[in-house]
Structure formats: structure tokens, C-alpha cells
Ligand binder design. Structure first.
Ligand code: ADP
Ligand code: MG
Length: 243
């Protein structure tokens, strides 16, 4: 198989005596849309922060293609986009200025950034809003702009921490369509979510975390769903065991 776009090896994160992430190992390849699932406190956000280099793990390493995020942070960071749980967009810039600003950090010029952003802006029906200052945006609009800003540098993998929180039903569907198309174009996505029904329809693989332990790394194609039933049942079977 080709070199995975993301390779996380034996990640471990301790906070004092709490082991928030225990021995997390996973590879993600081109074309995979992977859901990172788990109850509150399972370690999803911690894992994503480690994967994006925002946090150094107690142990373990993370590679994007052949770039280790600790040894070659600049090359590694060029490979991914990350939408955090709380989108951090800049209040005194307009939406499109923010997108250009982020694109600029990745060496994408303003004209190219605008051109690449346009189809997303249309899909999210933000055509009027992108010229308004971001401090006038709803949480959902900020979330969408934060996503667009992370897509215009065309990362090989997009990671997003509960990206649909605060979106209305239309926004949730639009975002899923954007994710599907992005992956169909040969990229990968890793997203954490509590929406198991959405994950079942959207993802082709799920990672299920509970109390820091990766309980399952499962492809969930049509055949798997036929023989196993709904993802939700599988999720509860794993995460409620021994409770
Ligand atoms: P999730 O995103 O799955 O809800 P988190 O990764 O946010 O889980 O948290 C995993 C565990 O680590 C939780 O018990 C949480 O309270 C704890 N935790 C997260 N961040 C910190 C921190 N900075 N310091 C101490 N404990 C933390
Ligand atoms: Mg979280």
C-alpha cells in the first residue's frame, strides 16, 4: 500500500494521573473519510490536538507522509487542515479576508484563495455574508468560514473536531456534501462527532475511543452495516461494556 497520509504511532497523553489517550495507533490513507467517535471525555479532542501538533504527547509520534510533525513541523503542517472545536476566526476581518489570511500562511495568493473559496461559499450560501465582518457571524457561519479557510490550501487531509456542532440542518447537510466531495477528489478526512447516524451515512471507517482507549478501528461499508446493524448499536455495545 502507498505511504499513509497520516500515521500516528503509540500516542499517549497523561494529564497528571489521568491517561487521556492510551496507545493510539492508526493510519489514514487517501480517499478515507474517518469518523473519530467516543463518549464525552473519551480523548477525541486531545487526540486531534496531538495529531495537529498543537500539543506534544507524553509519548508517541505522528507522521504526515514521511514528515514527522516533531522533526519537520513545517512540511508536516502543509499536509493538513484543522478546524478546532471552537473556531478561531478573527472578528475584525471579513469572512473572505480571513480565508485569504489563512491561505496566505500556506503560500496561496489572494486571487487563488478567492477562486478556490468561491464554490464553498456558494454551497454554504455565504455569498452575501463573506464581505461582512466576522464579529457579526453566528457560530454556524464562523464554523463554515473556518472550514473554508482550511480547505483553500488544499490539504491532503482535513481534521475537524465536531464540525457540525451549532449548524442548522441545512448547514449540516451542506457540510457533509463538502466532506464527501473533498474525499472523492482523493483527499482524506478525520472528524470527531457525536452524530452516529451522520457518521454511519458519511464515513467509510470509524475509530471508536472510550476512556482513552481505541476500542475499534472499523471499516463500515454497506456489507458491514448489513451484517452488523446500525453503527449506534455497535457503538453502545463497545462503549457501555463493563460500565
Ligand atoms: P473528548 O474530546 O473525547 O470529549 P477530551 O480529549 O477533551 O475528550 O478529554 C479527555 C480527558 O482528558 C477528559 O477526562 C478531560 O477532562 C481530560 N483533559 C482534557 N484536556 C485536559 C487538560 N488540558 N488538562 C487536564 N485534563 C484534561
Ligand atoms: Mg472534544
Amino acid at each position: 500500500m502507498n505511504t499513509p497520509i497520516l500515521h500516528a504511532q503509540n500516542l499517549q497523553q497523561s494529564y497528571g494521573t489521568l491517561e487521556a489517550v492510551k496507545n493510539f495507533t492508526a493510519e489514514i490513507h487517501a480517499g478515507e473519510l474517518v469518523g473519530l467517535l467516543g463518549p464525552n471525555g473519551a480523548g477525541k479532542s486531545t487526540t486531534l490536538r496531538i495529531l495537529t501538533g498543537l500539543q506534544q504527547p507524553t509519548k508517541g509520534n505522528v507522521k504526515y507522509l514521511n514528515y514527522d510533525i516533531a522533526d519537520s513541523p513545517i512540511e508536516a503542517r502543509r499536509q493538513f487542515g484543522y478546524v478546532a472545536e471552537q473556531p478561531m476566526i478573527i472578528p475584525y476581518l471579513t469572512g473572505i479576508e480571513y480565508v485569504e489570511f489563512v491561505a496566505g500562511m500556506y503560500g496561496v495568493d489572494g486571487t487563488t484563495a478567492k477562486k478556490r473559496a468561491e464554490p464553498y461559499v456558494e454551497k454554504f450560501r455565504l455569498t452575501g455574508a463573506v464581505h461582512k465582518r466576522a464579529d457579526q457571524y453566528s457560530h454556524g457561519m464562523q464554523q463554515k468560514i473556518a472550514l473554508i479557510a482550511q480547505l483553500v490550501h488544499e490539504p491532503k487531509i482535513l481534521m475537524a473536531d465536531e464540525p457540525t456542532v451549532g449548524l442548522d440542518p441545512d448547514g449540516t447537510i451542506e457540510m457533509q456534501n463538502v466532506f464527501r466531495e473533498y474525499v472523492a477528489a482523493g483527499n482524506s478526512i478525520l472528524l470527531s462527532t457525536h452524530l452516529l447516524e451522520m457518521a454511519e451515512g458519511l464515513c467509510n471507517r470509524v475509530l471508536i475511543l472510550s476512556r482513552g482507549t481505541l476500542l475499534a478501528d472499523q471499516r463500515i461499508g454497506e456489507d458491514w452495516l448489513k451484517s452488523h446493524g446500525h453503527l449506534q448499536d455497535y457503538f453502545f455495545m463497545l462503549t457501555r461494556e463493563g460500565v
